[in-house]
Design a protein around this ligand. Structure first.
Ligand SMILES: C[S@@+](CC[C@H](N)C(=O)[O-])C[C@H]1O[C@@H](n2cnc3c(N)ncnc32)[C@H](O)[C@@H]1O
Length: 241
């Protein structure tokens, strides 16, 4: 059973396209008239103006795609059911870290694409997000599952990397989305849409500390200057190979 058959329920309500992040993805896909979106989930970053096929292993996620979304094939990145170079571009958004065989999946992205591979991911060497002061285990979990850029380079060859700053009112509820809305992390329904929280053993200690610091004004004292920022870099990267 695919992991997201368990943790993906309700995903579509909290994990919706952020138009500013989508603009980065769509720019990277410029000129590609056919795209395969691997680990597509509910299809948040799929351009609607070209031929697109979604690949997604979880039925629960496929069922949450809108009626007007591109067709989805239930399959894994490890074995894309397409001939070589079937699409101009392959796309993978916030998904590579979930793949059981990342090297194989990356080779498949390359094999299926004639011209370009576009990946939105997170650089596990990034430091400086305040949330990890409360949940340091996130860094440990990320270092186990997030591919370092050097590993992506090994599999994909030469590529360009673009920073993707996260807007303060990001509409896609992933881990970094609420950096300027710290109390949101205290809400169970927000955490349910963020897979990193499902992996923490020490969740309660972090929640207690955050709750306490928000109530006492300590969070505001330490991180309050962030409240003036519109968007910040949290380590999200767009890789265009
Ligand atoms: C965080 S969601 C991202 C979904 C979508 N790309 C988005 O940006 O909203 C991660 C997705 O990766 C999918 N996934 C997990 N393992 C996979 C695999 N081996 N091959 C392809 N997709 C996989 C999950 O089922 C889930 O839909």
């Amino acid at each position: 059973m695919a992991l997201y058959d368990t943790i993906g329920r309700g995903y579509g309500q909290r994990r919706r396209q952020d138009p500013r992040i989508a603009a980065h993805v769509f720019r990277a896909l410029a000129g590609a008239s056919s795209v395969v979106n691997v680990g597509a989930g509910t299809g948040s970053y799929e351009p609607r103006d070209r031929r697109l096929v979604a690949v997604e292993p979880s039925r629960v996620m496929i069922r949450q795609r809108d009626a007007g979304a591109a067709p989805a094939v239930q399959a894994s990145a490890s074995r894309l059911p397409f001939r070589d170079e079937s699409f101009d571009a392959s796309l993978a958004v916030l998904t590579v870290h979930h793949w059981s065989d990342q090297a194989r999946g990356l080779l498949e992205l390359r094999r299926a694409a004639r011209r370009r591979v576009v990946i939105l991911t997170y650089d596990p060497s990034f430091r400086g997000f305040w949330l990890t002061d409360y949940f340091p285990e996130i860094l440990e979990v990320d270092s186990r599952i997030m591919p370092p850029l050097s590993e992506l380079r090994r599999q994909l060859g030469r590529f360009d990397v673009f920073d993707v700053p996260i807007p303060h009112d990001c509409t896609d509820g992933f881990l970094g989305a609420y950096w300027r809305r710290p109390a949101e992390y205290l809400r169970a329904e927000i955490r349910l849409a963020i897979s990193s929280f499902a992996k923490l053993r020490n969740l309660e200690a972090g929640l207690d500390a955050l709750r306490r610091d928000l109530a006492s004004g300590e969070w505001q004292r330490r991180y309050g200057t962030l409240l003036e920022r519109e968007a910040i870099d949290l380590g999200y990267r767009l890789v265009v190979a």
